[in-house]
Ligand binder design. Structure first.
Ligand code: FES
Ligand code: FES
Length: 155
């Protein structure tokens, strides 16, 4: 079946199979920031924004996104907030193997876009769906808190 949607600001027309997941469609199309992890909706490595909300693309049917707006990390590479998030994660030592990081970045980006109040509890809650087997969560949370502090200062 054919689907048309907005991918990172550009119209995309894709042929997808019935039952194909959004994650599978991304990987077939070479959108490799969207990581393939558990494929059961548990690890968050496949997180993308679907109409502004973070979703696990491994449990979304590709056909479901017809007419929707989808954003992956590729679409945010020049975004100031995303660059700040990436920088803080690196500077806080939150990136080790890196496999969880694209999904974690998308989740944190969506949280920051929600606006205040963004306290540590909100950050920890947002990251509950993004599993990291290397770093844990202290450093990513510290990095996110640094971004929040910077956003407060720049207001
Ligand atoms: S691959 Fe989608 S949640 Fe793990
Ligand atoms: S940095 Fe390796 S899983 Fe998170």
């Amino acid at each position: 079946m054919n689907i048309s949607f907005n991918l990172n600001g550009t119209r995309a027309d894709w042929e997808v199979a019935p039952g194909e997941t959004l994650l599978q469609a991304f990987r077939a199309a070479g959108v490799f920031s969207v990581k393939l992890g558990c494929e059961t909706g548990d690890c968050g490595s496949c997180t993308v924004l679907l109409d502004g909300q973070p979703v696990n693309s491994c449990v979304v049917a590709a056909a479901r996104i017809h007419g929707c707006r989808v954003v992956t990390l590729e679409g945010l590479l020049d975004d100031d907030l995303m660059i700040r998030l990436q920088t803080e994660l690196v500077e806080h030592g939150a990136v080790q193997c890196g496999y969880c990081i694209p999904g974690m970045l998308i989740t944190l980006y969506a949280l920051m876009k929600q606006g205040p109040p963004i306290d540590e509890k909100a950050i920890r809650h947002a990251l509950t769906g993004n599993l990291c087997r290397c770093t844990g969560y202290v450093k990513p949370v510290e990095a996110a808190r640094a971004v929040v502090a910077a956003l407060e200062v720049s207001k």
